[in-house]
Design a protein around this ligand. Structure first.
Ligand SMILES: *Cc1c(COP(=O)(O)O)cnc(C)c1O
Length: 400
């Protein structure tokens, strides 16, 4: 079968809930992916930062194969010998005392919402079923019905109501707006430290720190959604650390498996996490031994290959190189570590056409919204590859 045969088959039998570039990938290694015609591309999306460790990392692969031969799923009705080690190593890696494992990112967010509500009723003593959670405009926290209830993207919501109540929206980047929105019923504020899906939107300096102070003063939990920004992507373990903030809860996912398996989690200290009692929350696959073994290896790679430092160093270099490209199309290039958004001017004709040109020349990048191209390669990229990528990106940005 050729590229077009795969695409036709996919379009005929599969739901059309994505608009992918027309590249059909059959294998990958490190920062490179290969299509069915044998063409090689630099992956500048990293599956939305799920493959921070690089594609098919040998150490994670070995852990997966070894565990898959032993036992993959016990359900949480029984214990398994991988989950305790995963919990402990996750605590050591993140600095949070406890965690709860889930599968997808959206499930981690749902879990954080439930835990915040439980805290609201049992600790803060908010009248039952009246807890409010403050969220920000432009947020992306996933696609379940509760999570889209606080999306501000009409396209994600319009045809999918009725929505889950209990969410309040304030403008992203405005700490005063958070302060104003707090009521006696506010349980939590939930934010992305940098908004990835909104187009790598970096809030004003001091924003998260200020929000954290406001939360503390008002006895409100701070939840950071670090599913995309966490696990070394922005040059630190968590993007919140750029402002010295330690949220009460952190949601993680994506790179928690290095791209091998859907694994997510919520991190919190014991005072909060111990509010969950048996039966209140769970997942058949959450915390299974295969996931736990993969997660352990994925964390070990982030740690042993010093991928946070690597992201900080190479990200600064990549950003500087991109900022130096003279182009009439570019409005702004911004980033933190290897998490970079290149925003085009409205008159540039949209980011999609540039992504298509990049693809022709061997770089896979995806537009986010209409005018931003995200550059977020696996963190194992090297300087020579960045130099090569910049030369291609320069050519494309200098087209008419
Ligand atoms: C990707 C993402 C999610 C959702 O994760 P899924 O695994 O797709 O459910 C939630 N929050 C943020 C910030 C994300 O980037």
């Amino acid at each position: 079968m050729k590229t077009n045969d795969y695409i036709e088959m996919e379009e005929k039998y599969g739901a059309h809930n994505y608009h992918p570039l027309d590249v059909v990938i059959e294998k990958a290694e490190g920062v490179w992916v290969y299509d069915v015609d044998g063409k090689k591309y630099l992956d500048c999306l990293s599956a939305y930062s799920a493959v921070n460790q690089g594609h098919v990392h040998p150490r994670i692969l070995a852990a997966m194969i070894e565990q898959a031969k032993k036992v993959t799923l016990t359900s949480r009705a029984f214990r398994n010998d991988q989950l305790p080690l995963f919990y402990k190593e996750l605590a050591e890696f993140t600095g949070y005392e406890m965690s709860i494992p889930m599968n997808s990112g959206a499930e981690a967010v749902e879990t954080a919402v439930k835990l915040a509500r439980k805290w609201a009723y049992t600790v803060k003593r908010i009248p039952r079923h009246q807890a409010e959670i403050i969220t920000a405009t432009g947020n992306f926290h996933g696609r379940t019905t509760t999570v889209i209830s606080f999306s501000t993207e009409p396209h994600y919501r319009d045809d999918f109501g009725p929505f889950t109540p209990g969410f309040v929206t304030v403008p992203y980047g405005d700490a005063e707006a958070v302060a104003k929105a707090i009521t006696p019923n506010t349980a939590a504020v939930m934010l992305e430290p940098i908004q990835g899906e909104a187009g790598v939107v970096i809030p004003p300096a001091g924003y998260l720190k200020k929000v954290a102070e406001i939360c503390k003063k008002n006895n409100v939990l701070l939840i950071a959604d670090e599913i995309q920004t966490g696990l070394c992507r922005t040059g630190k373990t968590f993007a919140s650390q750029h402002e010295g903030v330690r949220p009460d809860m952190v949601t993680i996912g994506k790179a928690l498996s290095g791209g091998f398996y859907p694994i997510s989690a919520v991190l919190a200290d014991s005072a909060l996490m111990n509010l969950f009692t048996p039966g209140e929350h769970g997942s058949t696959f959450g915390g299974n031994p295969l996931a736990a073994a993969i997660g352990r290896a994925a964390l070990a790679v982030l740690r042993d290959e010093k991928l946070a430092e690597r992201s900080a160093e190479l990200g600064a270099y990549f950003l500087e190189q991109l900022q130096e490209i003279p182009s009439k199309h570019v409005k702004e290039v911004r980033g933190r570590g290897l998490f970079i958004g290149l925003e085009l001017k409205p008159e540039a004709g949209g980011a999609r056409r540039f992504c298509v040109e990049l693809q022709k020349r061997g770089i896979l990048a995806k537009e986010t919204h209409d005018n931003v191209i995200r550059f977020a390669p696996p963190l194992v990229i090297d300087k020579d590859t960045i130099d090569w990528a910049v030369s291609i990106i320069r050519t494309v940005l200098q087209m008419d």
